[in-house]
Design a protein around this ligand. Sequence first.
Ligand code: PGA
Length: 254
Amino acid sequence: MTPIVVANWKMQLGVAEAVQSGTTLLQLLTAKPLEATVVVCPGFISLPYLVEPLKKGPIALGAQDVFWQEKGAYTGEVSPRVLHEIGANYVIIGHSERRQLGETDTDVGRKLMASLVHHLQPIVCVGESADERAQGRQEVVVQQQLEHIFRSAPPPRHGHMIMIAYEPIWAIGTGEAADPKEAEVMRQLIQQTLRDVTPAGQLDSFRILYGGSASPENVAQYVGPDRYDGALVGGASLDPHTFYSLISACAQAH
Ligand code: PGA
């Protein structure tokens, strides 16, 4: 199984910078291909500008969020149908930075359902805060997030792939990645919870990614056979050379 490496560019790059970063990454991956599924998630405005340059290469495009309705009077929202129409194939859902702005597990479940209907492969983020971990509640928190999300979303249909990204909030953008042993405990918990909340035999539809200060230097501590299936990467994905090294480390670890 090849690792999945997802770049979350957040609101860090302008359109020209995003195109530049995407095309440089494409050049690197074309010159020296790597055994990995690579997805970049630029801001909404940059997305259509990257479709053409990345069209024939090995980089897939994803959005950083989506609305759960496909059409209607929803000022400011972005439709899953339109994302698919312009060429996005993946979408990040429930990132902690969106949750901090008020997104709930119910919203995440609706977005998950809408993205599956519209052929977007969802990357659903879960993870505990620093306080929750200090209280030893990380397992309960992540378990409840998954239970709530899947209560409002259907079980995956055949051929649908759902990625769950475990991103401890305190590790995001801090340079303080999770302890690999603790991250592994969480991966196993996520796997068990998915087994409990989805119908028998559906576990194959899931991939579990690690996110939170992942870097070329530390990513092989998380990703590999019988470990995480890939990584969701913020800061270390902005520079295409650094991101290429990180993808390479994942490919070697697998
Ligand atoms: P980071 O961000 O790699 O900069 O910690 C990860 C994320 O927010 O998805």
